[in-house]
Design a protein around this ligand. Structure first.
Ligand SMILES: *[C@@H]1O[C@H](CO)[C@@H](O)[C@H](O)[C@H]1NC(C)=O
Length: 375
């Protein structure tokens, strides 16, 4: 049966439409302000990156930020404008810390960007896109023998963390990551693949959704990119078609240099056991997520009490684990290990951990698994 996932969401505002009550272990849906305040009040400050008085030290934090990330602003006006945004982001980081006590939130390379700029330049799941109507569903796999923890990085299926730069091309990195893993499983070789080929050449559209096409730095969808890759015959190596971070170039595909080919791909059902089983069997998975907490994320397991399931970022699911983080009452909470495309200086050496078990931030909603041709 044809699968169509509705990726249209009612609001683009930062109104969380889905609430996760971690303490009560129950999903509550609604949009009640009182509920938000209660959850915030219960949030404990553990290992907080920003102390209570840190907002008084905004000048100092901004100076450290500029030095650390080599930020230079053209004019005094621009500098002052960025400082205003920076201060607002300090407040946001503190709010995120309260809503997400098992992670550490604070100053990141994105702290001088408004949420809108951040979404436009560093995310890139095109929400107008839906899954192609011919998307196949992955077969249901047995789950009784799944390991309690698994990490494809330990098995050589994951290339080093890459950097999409200021371009909404996350979808291309999620796609190459999944095919790099599948190609490794099929051939035994780990080959870094070209995102720029997807950015320049892939304009795959949904036949039933006019104007919904993969479009370089303006977003795309992993399933469409896999469809393109299947039709185009495969992807070239990163070194043969290097990343430029712009979508102003023309397509430079050289079919004689194709290094990995898609044999087939499918969509995994919204079930965390099935996602884990497909991960272990087929390699890293292309997934979409809501990235609002990622702008301030520094380390730890992100498990926000409130997170929208509006998908706006494409990443790579490479593994999962079972424990190993504070606070005590969450100690046994399992998590997913996610490879991001914002360079190794973001998060945990470029990686993000998000708790597993409740489709937090929509991480289970749009999961693609790929198989590569073994030649
Ligand atoms: C590819 O197709 C085979 C045969 O139909 C199927 O068993 C397998 O699950 C598919 N793999 C993926 C990743 O969709």
């Amino acid at each position: 049966m044809a699968t169509r996932f509705a990726l249209l969401f009612l609001s683009s505002l930062l109104i969380a439409t889905s609430f996760r009550f971690s303490l009560a272990e129950a999903d509550v849906t609604g949009s009640d302000d009182l509920l938000i305040r209660q959850v915030v009040d219960h949030g404990e400050e553990n290992d907080v990156a920003l102390g209570d008085n840190s907002l008084l030290n905004a000048d100092h934090h901004f100076a450290v930020f500029k030095r650390k990330f080599g930020k230079v602003y053209g004019t005094q006006e621009e500098h002052d404008y960025r400082f205003t945004i920076f201060k607002a982001n300090l407040h946001r980081a503190r709010r995120h810390q309260k809503l997400d006590p098992s992670a550490v939130h604070g100053v990141t390379q994105f702290s001088d960007l408004t949420p809108r700029e951040f979404r436009k330049h560093f995310l890139g799941v095109n929400r107008k896109l839906r899954l192609p109507s011919d998307a196949h569903k992955a077969p249901i796999l047995p789950t009784n023998d799944l390991p309690t923890g698994f990490d494809w990085r330990e098995h050589g299926a994951v290339t080093p963390v890459k950097n999409q730069g200021s371009c909404g091309s996350c979808w291309s990195f999620s796609t190459t990551g999944a095919l790099e893993g599948a190609n490794f499983l099929a051939t035994g070789n780990l080959v870094s693949l070209s995102e720029q080929q997807l950015v320049d050449c892939d304009h795959e559209c949904d036949p039933e959704e006019k104007g919904s096409c993969d479009s370089g730095c303006n977003g795309g969808l992993m399933n469409s990119a896999l469809e393109y890759t299947l039709k185009a015959g495969g992807l070239m190596r990163e070194e043969d078609y290097p990343y430029t971070g712009t979508d102003r170039g023309t397509c430079k595909l050289d079919k004689s240099k194709i290094a990995a080919k898609v044999s087939n791909f499918s969509v995994v059902t919204l079930d965390e056991e099935q996602i884990a089983a497909n991960l272990v069997k087929n390699g890293p998975l292309a997934v979409a997520i809501n990235a609002v907490y990622m702008q301030t994320y520094m380390k730890g397991v992100s498990c926000p009490y409130i997170c929208s399931k509006r998908l706006d970022h494409g990443v790579l699911l490479v593994g999962y684990g079972d424990s190993g983080f504070a606070p005590i009452r969450m100690k046994e909470k399992p998590y997913w290990i996610i490879k991001n495309s914002w360079g190794p200086n973001w998060g945990e050496e470029g990686y993000y951990k998000i708790c597993r078990g409740h489709n937090v931030c929509g991480v289970d909603s749009l999961v693609s698994t790929v198989a590569a041709v073994s030649t």
